[in-house]
Design a protein around this ligand. Structure first.
Ligand code: ZN
Ligand code: ZN
Length: 246
């Protein structure tokens, strides 16, 4: 049996060799980037802002915050982004969003793995929900796919029905921070009875891309308001340009 599956893999690899998920060149194994894409991606790591996880150029004193967090503390307890959002990383996010490529969700979860040691064993994974119309037109939620892969790897529970989206939101990037907060602030709700499940828990809020932070903040606010002790945002890519408009 093992021989047969190894044989099948050889045949499939010959017909459909593993490809770099960003540029498409042939690579050695599934879920690997080619060397050029690997070198181009900006993998994010410490030192970073203690409140939002925005990387600092240089090491700073413990507990140091970035300028935006000093001005206004986020509702969440940190963003753990695998890479910076740019042409290459956004391509991977688009492929996951519009191509139902399950392998990409697994690849992203694999790269998120380095953030997991910081959370307790009873942490819940909650994907950022899509509005039902968007879910209906696309057929799946990319954040659920990433959340599932992450939950499976770490034997954690994922709850995709705890947090619900009441209304669809327009693209937020061009709006002022105040307007974004107003629009997104009312877009989510907690399902009835969910408080029991999230009380006292650390929650990993999963999203594919973190742009302005408004969505993550709105989700974190409602989750913490319903009893969660800590909400960390895990995403594939994070926009690092400062979009915070006064
Ligand atoms: Zn490549
Ligand atoms: Zn910050």
């Amino acid at each position: 049996m093992r021989f047969l599956s190894a044989l099948m893999k050889t045949i499939i690899d010959f017909a459909l060799p593993p490809r770099c998920p960003i540029c498409g060149v042939t690579v050695e194994a599934d879920n690997r980037f080619c060397l050029a894409c690997w070198q181009d991606l900006n993998f994010l790591s410490e030192p970073w802002c203690s409140s939002c996880g925005k990387p600092f150029a240089f090491a700073q004193a413990e507990g140091a915050q970035c300028v935006s967090c000093i001005q206004r503390s986020p509702e969440h307890d940190g963003v753990r982004a695998v890479v910076e959002y740019d042409d290459k990383s956004s391509l991977l996010a688009m492929r996951l969003k519009y191509g139902v490529r399950l392998g990409l969700a697994e690849l992203i979860a694999q790269h998120m793995q380095r953030f997991l040691p910081e959370v307790p064993k009873d942490t819940l994974i909650v994907p950022v929900p899509l509005h039902r119309w968007r879910l209906w037109s696309r057929g799946f939620n990319q954040s659920v796919l990433i959340g599932k892969a992450l939950a499976k790897r770490n034997s954690l529970e994922m709850h995709s029905k705890i947090l619900l989206r009441k209304s669809a939101t327009p693209p937020l990037r061009s709006m002022s921070a105040k307007k974004r907060r107003k629009i997104v602030g009312n877009a989510f709700r907690i399902s009835s009875g969910a408080e029991r499940q999230i009380a006292g828990k650390t929650i990993i809020l999963v999203d594919d891309v973190y742009t302005t932070g408004s969505t993550a903040n709105a989700c974190a606010k409602i989750l913490k308001g319903s009893g969660a002790t800590r909400v960390l945002v895990y995403c594939w890519a994070r926009v690092l340009t400062d979009y915070d408009k006064p």
